[in-house]
Design a protein around this ligand. Structure first.
Ligand SMILES: Cc1cc2nc3c(=O)[nH]c(=O)nc-3n(C[C@H](O)[C@H](O)[C@H](O)COP(=O)(O)O)c2cc1C
Ligand code: SF4
Length: 430
């Protein structure tokens, strides 16, 4: 017979949680939402302000998205790159978040077939050559030398994240970015050591995670954001995600695992559920793409019904197969879902849209546990990452700094950051 003392207590989501070597002040993480606020590979004051808002609003950790490990992995040519020039800006960002009591994670990865080939002036890389309608590129088959370079670049990026003061790195193994495209039998038709069986398709993801662990040891936490399924027929599904999660756990390269879903390449709305903001997407596209979105956009961007905690059922199956701490993502908006996640053994929850809508949501939940999120899943924030990611229901003037200033600590030689009026809008969706 078990006594009450034998039953592990369910932690309060607002209590501190241990993530590898780091203790977060609570178990709520701001999920990666590409900010569209960096410029020419560097941090801007707006990017710092963006993350300070979530830190001030009470999250345990905020995630800076998405920092490509190499130039050809960028999904936006303005994305922060792990260069010497970016270092002081990144340090200013981590210092500013820490000053508000929160931890800060860097999402690193390689865009692969989702990368912006034109802006990068380099072909997008994929497991197998293909034309990508949504990413508007023709991806080239990555050579083994490309893969070795990219694996090593993940290690270097992670080491730079430690130098810049990040508490964690979150490695992007989802959304059919490069590592996730290799996992997918729909996108990976190789017959070398990186294609074919699940073990071979998982090889790149495992090598990347090993390079990251080798580079950082246990100085900061290592999280992987991995697909449970691509949401595309013939793609990667949960039955394959579970063994991959177990291999990653056995490799000892992870401190926590966050399960995601969908494909920026094949089915972008599958992750989000809710409304399809077709008009808003068309609005940020140049002609003739704008006309094309109007004509066939509804076929490329399918709609799925939204409900709170929509990834919970599948994530529970991964939860049952590993002992690693896990982060629940997808439609986490209020205490009810958070409490279920804690009761189900998830160590943390991650929120994207609910926090875009209310950056101080965690403080609100602390004061008023029954508070319900004001996010209406309209997804109109998605196309705003071309011009500075935001909830369209929030007055922009209250969330952005008035000028595009240099963050404190910027190298004096850094070129001036442009004013928002000079901002160019050629950013793709992440
Ligand atoms: C505007 C926007 C930008 C996003 N950018 C990223 C990104 O850069 N990297 C990533 O892994 N996920 C990105 N996501 C997905 C979120 O991290 C999250 O997985 C998804 O929104 C589901 O969580 P939610 O229901 O809490 O919004 C983005 C989401 C939104 C709304
Ligand atoms: S635009 Fe605002 S309300 Fe709509 S989904 Fe995004 S965060 Fe939620």
């Amino acid at each position: 017979m078990t006594s009450p003392a034998d039953v592990p207590a369910v932690p309060d989501v607002l209590s501190p949680g241990r993530l590898g070597p780091v203790t977060l002040r609570n178990r709520i993480i701001k999920a990666a939402t590409y900010e569209g606020l960096s410029h020419r590979g560097r941090v801007t004051q707006d990017l710092i302000d963006f993350h300070v808002a979530y830190a001030r609003g009470g999250v345990g950790m905020t995630t800076v998205a998405y920092l490509a490990v190499d130039r050809d992995g960028r999904t936006d040519r303005h994305q922060v790159l792990w260069t010497d020039e970016a270092g002081p800006g990144l340090r200013a960002l981590t210092d500013a978040v820490h000053a508000e009591g929160a931890a800060v994670s860097a999402q690193i990865g390689h865009g692969g077939p989702v990368a912006e080939a034109r802006g990068n002036k380099a072909p997008a890389l994929a497991p197998s050559a293909r034309v990508n309608v949504i990413a508007m590129n023709r991806a080239k088959e990555a050579s083994v030398a490309d893969l070795q370079r990219i694996v090593a670049a993940h290690g270097r990026a992670a080491a730079r994240a430690v130098e810049a003061g990040f508490d964690a790195v979150e490695v992007h193994l989802g959304h059919n970015y490069l590592a996730s495209a290799f996992l997918s039998p729909k996108l990976n038709h190789r017959d070398d050591e990186y294609g074919g069986s699940l073990r071979k398709r998982a090889r790149l993801a495992r090598e990347i995670m090993q390079a990251v662990r080798d580079a950082v040891g246990d100085r900061i936490a290592i999280v992987a954001k991995m697909n449970m399924d691509d949401g595309a027929p013939g793609g990667f599904w949960l039955d394959e995600a579970i063994p991959v999660a177990q291999w990653l756990e056995a490799d000892g390269t992870l401190d926590a695992l966050e399960m995601t879903a969908g494909s920026s390449l094949l089915n972008p709305m599958y992750l989000f559920k809710g409304d399809v903001p077709l008009e808003e997407f068309a609005g940020v596209m140049p002609q003739p793409i704008k006309a094309g979105v109007g004509l066939i956009g509804h076929r490329l961007l399918k709609s799925y019904p939204y409900y709170d905690g929509y990834l919970l059922e599948d994530a529970r199956q991964v939860r049952a197969a590993v002992t690693l701490p896990m982060i629940l993502l997808g439609g986490v908006t209020d205490r009810a879902v958070m409490d279920v996640a804690m009761a189900d053994g998830f160590g943390f929850v991650a929120m994207a849209r609910a926090l875009l809508r209310e950056p101080d949501l965690v403080n609100r939940l602390q004061a008023e546990p029954a508070h319900r999120s004001l996010c209406i899943h309209c997804n109109k924030c998605m196309p705003t990452n071309y011009t500075g990611t935001r909830c369209v229901l929030v007055d922009r003037r209250t969330t952005r700094s008035a000028t595009w200033g240099k963050p404190e600590g910027y190298a004096p030689t850094a070129p001036a950051v442009p004013t928002s009026a000079e901002w160019d809008t050629s950013h793709p969706v992440t």
